[in-house]
Design a protein around this ligand. Structure first.
Ligand code: CP
Length: 321
């Protein structure tokens, strides 16, 4: 595997899941695969889970790891070509990428949506520059429009906890004080659409996700109706994706607290498991009671980030010439 940005890069999901469970049984099974190989993790944005789980995954495979926080200690990077660089940015991404690539074998990039220009975000302008100019395999550690390592970990978790062959999985919008990107819900939809689940998306009007990710999924605007009989509730906030009204891209259209996932919401489900990628704002997205219940999967889900990253890095190592 040369690049990992979406569900299709992984190929057959059944094989990927089988590989994930094989690694979960013995996460050091391939500990010599990455000997004398270096994984560079580049963060343009903050992280707890991705930072730790991806380092752990690389070390499971015997790799060396370099972590670079671009905004803490590196030169501030210009990303636009043609700009007269007389401001605070000392280095251009077009030099920085090949230089960074010369020190490593595989590159992970975290670069969130900027919400300044929808096209720039939805064409993955930063991530694609790494793909184009590094000459190295590149994987997304959450880019402008996708978070595939999270979605793979979510699928592994659903597979582990499901009580029926084809569970009902509901992705629900929930309120948040800040404008958040659509990377997590986009990728979750991307993966659920390929998985053997009955997938429903619910959100207030105006929050329609990009059709590229929604595809054939059912969209239900009545949140409680969507929750009826659900086996898994996946909560996440996202700012306006700008699908129905491009001028609203990146805006907060609602902070309606009736969308917060609480016990009354969970009561209409089929004793559903609660999921969230974390970090989560308690009593905005979900109540203390729901996230602390035995049916909350937020910790196993985060733990599975190590497994999803190990599978992806293993496949990238296997693809190196
Ligand atoms: N879920 C997730 O990606 O967490 P971090 O932002 O802490 O890495």
């Amino acid at each position: 595997m040369r690049y990992f940005t979406n569900v299709h890069d992984l190929g057959d999901l059944r094989s990927a899941l089988a590989e994930a469970f094989e690694i979960k049984k013995d996460r050091y099974k391939y500990e010599t695969l990455g000997k004398h190989k270096t994984c560079l993790l580049i963060f343009f944005n903050n992280s707890l889970r991705t930072r730790l789980s991806t380092q752990k995954a690389a070390r499971n495979l015997g790799m060396d790891v370099i972590v670079l926080d671009v905004n803490q200690g590196a030169w501030k990077l210009e990303t636009e070509r043609g700009v007269i660089m007389d401001g605070d940015k000392s280095e251009h991404l077009l030099e920085a990428i090949p230089v960074m690539a010369s020190y490593c074998d595989i590159i992970g990039v975290r670069s969130f949506a900027h919400f300044e220009n929808r096209e720039d975000d939805y064409t993955e302008k930063i991530l694609n520059q790494f793909i184009k100019y590094s000459g190295k395999p590149v994987f997304s550690m959450e880019a402008a429009t996708g978070h595939p390592l999270q979605a793979f970990a979510d699928l592994i978790t659903i597979e582990e906890y499901k009580k029926k062959e084809r569970p009902k999985v509901v992705l629900t919008w929930a309120p948040h004080p800040r404008a958040l990107p659509q990377a997590v819900p986009n990728s979750f939809a991307d993966w659920m659409n390929e998985a053997d689940v009955d997938f429903v998306i619910t959100h207030p009007e105006g929050y329609e996700l990009d059709p590229k990710f929604v595809r054939g999924a059912k969209v239900e605007y009545n949140q409680l109706k969507a929750f009826e009989g659900a086996d898994f509730i996946y909560a996440k906030n996202w700012a306006c994706p700008g699908v129905t009204c491009p001028a609203d891209y990146g805006k907060i259209l609602s902070k309606d607290m009736s969308w917060t996932v609480d016990a009354a919401h969970m009561a209409v489900t089929n004793d559903a498991f609660f999921m969230h990628c974390l970090p989560v704002r308690r009593n905005m997205i979900v109540t203390d009671e729901v996230i602390e219940a035995p049916t909350s999967l937020v910790i196993p889900e985060a733990a599975n980030r190590e497994i999803s990253a190990t599978v992806v890095l293993k496949r990238m190592l296997e693809g190196l010439e």
